[in-house]
Design a protein around this ligand. Sequence first.
Ligand code: COA
Length: 387
Amino acid sequence: MTEVHIIGSGETKFGEMWDRSLRELAVEAGLKAVEDAGIYSRDIGILYGSSSLAGTLNLQNDIGSLLADFSGIASNGIPAVRIESSSSSGAAAVREAYLAIRSGEYDVAMVGGVEKMTDIYGSEILDIVGTTLDREWETFFGGTPAAMAAISARKYMHDFKVGKEAMSMISVNDHANASKNPNAHYRNKITLEAAMKSTPVADPLNLMDCSPISDGAAALILASEKFARSVGKDGVRIKSSAIAQDYLALHSRDSIYTLNSTILAGKTAFEKAGLKHSDVSFVELHDSYSIYGLMELEDLGFCKKGKASELVMDDIGLTSSLPVNPSGGLKAKGNPMGATGVGQFVEGYLQIRGKAGERQVKNASTGLLHSMSGTGSTSVVHILGGA
Ligand code: COA
């Protein structure tokens, strides 16, 4: 099986992009990725479009075909399919592209992730985002993603005797890094005190514990080793790819603050890559809510269960031994769901090539990307490294 390389990436700014349509965002990211890869559109063998909610938010399904059509490659006749896996759609789409190349079926694959969320107003957006939970057992009874995360946070804080500071610190770190990312939704730095005192959303979570409602798109070009070498772009490799599943409904899980899908996907990713935690130069976590940042650090094995607060309060900044979310994470870079996981790859690709500008992690040689659906039903973990 061939190695799989990232040879190009592109993304739009994440945020409220009221003057741009879903397709315009997707095509902007896609064209940037093709240009960055320095390939022709005829080189692309297959296209994966990822969007979590476009069918409901924008009344537009078949995102793969939309991307192929609007970017002018439909006439090439290549397959263009949509991958949907809630907020891990983007990472799941990259994984499909990875497998398509690794199997030898295709030499070059394109992934385009997009979401246009801010056109829907007020409580309606919460109903739609809530479709990613268990409709019958969670959302029907008023459960929202924020409420479910708050339930996990409350129990976590109680059982491990952890205060709110560590959760807030995840967000403080995200905002600090996002202030150095021109594509981030929020570029303002926040203090720990301001984060802890922000408007309550679902106790104990407040505004600064929540990822925002974002628009945005991100795209990636993956290629086989042979193709990557032929265009002189064999610098960043997907060293492993893993995906795992847990129950959809939170109440069905063994523990409401343990992400079994993350444990499984993380373990598999490390095993497949033949790497250990100390090899990782930076991580991008799916911290749609700050509590998940703590749970993910633990369930990925970077510290013991219940101990992430110590790690986080010590230092997770760009110069620490484990820089977390150099991009700004979901909290501050933003969370346009179908684009989010692809955007993590854009960051990983920049970091490993030493092209991340002000937020560059020194000697970034190995990056772990973690993406997750809803409250953790699906987790997708990739490890990137230099060739
Ligand atoms: N972080 C920081 N600031 C935020 C923010 C966030 N998450 N969300 C909104 N704001 C800011 C807005 O920029 C705006 O600022 P302004 O008044 O200076 O312009 C202000 O707060 C009010 O914005 P508004 O859009 O009215 O906020 P809201 O109260 O409707 O929504 C949340 C806030 C937290 C409810 C919303 O961001 C949310 O639902 N987030 C979670 C999304 C989610 O669950 N995603 C899927 C995960 S699987």
